[in-house]
Design a protein around this ligand. Structure first.
Ligand SMILES: [Zn+2]
Length: 466
């Protein structure tokens, strides 16, 4: 194979009418791509890690695996998984970036990180060369979404430690489109966004699904019609599963008159757009030659066959700083193989990422994914886009409560209709639920990832004991 890591020509652009950024790789027979493109990149990445990362030297020696033994992707499935806790512990022991930096600190170009709302934050030290490769990868996926150089890309998410915003920005810049890095999170910013969207008329939106719907709601309150007064033709999202939930997707498309595309793996795995939907909207593709992605059975740590359900495990193929090898992201999905209408031959996740191993909750012995409830709710006309799931325990029985807001200004009796429709639909799915309708505007709004699940069972237990 050619040199590793790959060097991309900064002046390269596909022809304007070319649907692919890299036609050869994107449309290659999947097996051929695994053998000729992915495996050579993987072997080079593994050799690099073993030579430069004390983290992987320790881990792989202990597991009795060695990069030189990997002759096939099946061999690679014998490599141990890396967990988020492991990375956090390694960074605590070797601050600030852990024993997996792999490059001289002088080559680090950017520090990003996780919010650390649930424990020690993870610090990302990203090399300049990695940033360039990430920009190229994101430009490729964004091209597949249909974004072109004429577009103005509004980035409506936090510009802080959050990888999402920066990933969208560098991809936009490499693609040669006009970046409009508006940000989010400052008081009054949503109102200013509404003003600027009418003034500049951006054609592409990036943010979280909940924020786009909140923005639409706020716009309507201000007498602005998102369909008439904004100019979006493509909206792409990450950070929440919503854009892959069919009824949420429909709701966003109807609200803005744009196509709604799902994307995103996780910050650790940047280029995080290696999970990215194409303009056909059949579910996210795993862009396998950018990041090698597996759906794994956690009992065996091996890939599940196409058609099956598994947990996401990701491996970098062209990172020289903090490479992740079989990183257990913990999202649940189902995958399929077969040529998409776009002509790409990557695996597809037809239902997106519909659960997280740690998001799923169990109520009276039933596994419940919040996205399943969201899907039913958003399909009901008159639902006002905000909801919350509360789980309590009355005596010994778990109680599942869904609190939902109707659209403002509905006729009397409409809220009761929504309430009954939802309760019936969930009952048909085997979920006994109490549905409560709240006044419009009573639930907290978010400019980032919505917090929609409140599990009060621990609290109840404490009260009972205390
Ligand atoms: Zn496609």
């Amino acid at each position: 194979m050619s040199a590793w890591p790959p060097v991309y020509d900064p002046d390269y652009y596909p022809a304007q009418d070319e649907p692919y950024w890299n036609r050869a790789v994107e449309t290659m027979d999947p097996q051929e791509r695994e053998e000729k493109v992915i495996l050579p990149k993987l072997r080079a990445q593994l050799e690099y890690c073993y030579a430069h990362s004390p983290f992987y030297q320790r881990k792989w020696d202990a597991a009795g695996v060695h990069p030189g033994d990997v002759k096939s992707l099946a061999d690679f499935e014998g490599f141990p998984l890396v967990t988020k806790d492991e990375i956090r512990a390694d960074q605590a022991a070797h601050p600030p970036f852990g024993s997996n930096v792999c490059v001289d600190p002088i080559r680090l170009g950017r520090v990003l990180g996780t919010s650390g709302t649930t424990g020690r934050p993870t610090a990302f030290g990203v090399s300049r060369d990695d940033m360039t490769r990430i920009a190229n990868a994101h430009a490729r996926v964004m091209w597949g979404m249909g974004i072109r150089r004429e577009d103005i890309v509004f980035i409506g998410s936090f510009f802080s430690l959050y990888w999402g915003s920066w990933g969208a920005l560098v991809g936009t810049e490499r693609l040669g489109a006009t970046a409009f890095p508006f940000g989010a999170g400052v008081p009054g910013q949503t109102e200013r966004a509404i003003e600027w969207m009418q003034m500049v008329k951006p054609t592409v939106f990036y943010g979280t699904p909940s924020y786009s719907l909140y923005l639409a709601e706020r716009a309507r309150e201000l007498g602005v019609d998102p369909l008439r007064d904004f100019n979006f033709r493509i909206m792409f999202f990450s950070g929440e599963p919503g854009a892959g939930v069919p009824s949420t997707k429909r709701r966003i498309e109807q609200t803005f008159g744009a196509i709604c595309l799902d994307s995103g793996s996780t910050g650790e795995m940047s280029p995080w757009m290696s999970n990215g939907e194409c303009a056909e909207r059949r579910g996210m593709h795993f862009w396998q030659d950018l990041v090698y992605s597996e759906l794994v059975d956690l009992k065996t740590n091996r890939r599940v066959p196409y058609g099956g359900e598994g947990v996401t495990v990701y491996t970098h193929l062209e990172r020289d700083s903090q490479p992740m090898i079989r990183f257990l992201a913990g999202d649940i999905s189902r995958w399929e193989i077969g040529t998409c209408a776009c002509g790409r031959t990557y695996p597809t996740l037809p239902r997106g990422i519909y659960g997280r191993a740690d998001d799923m909750f169990v109520v009276r012995g039933e596994n419940v994914y919040p996205s399943a409830i969201e899907d039913e709710l958003r399909a009901i006309p008159g639902f006002g886009d905000e909801y919350r799931i509360v789980i309590t325990r009355e005596r010994t029985m778990d109680e599942l409560i869904v609190q939902a807001e109707p659209l403002p200004g509905l006729e009397a009796g409409e809220a009761a209709r929504i309430q009954k429709t939802l309760a019936d639909k969930l009952k048909a799915k085997g979920l006994r639920t109490v549905v409560q309708m709240l006044a419009p505007g009573s639930l907290a709004r978010t400019e980032f990832k919505a917090k929609r699940i409140v599990d009060q069972r621990d609290l109840y237990d404490e009260l009972a004991q205390g």
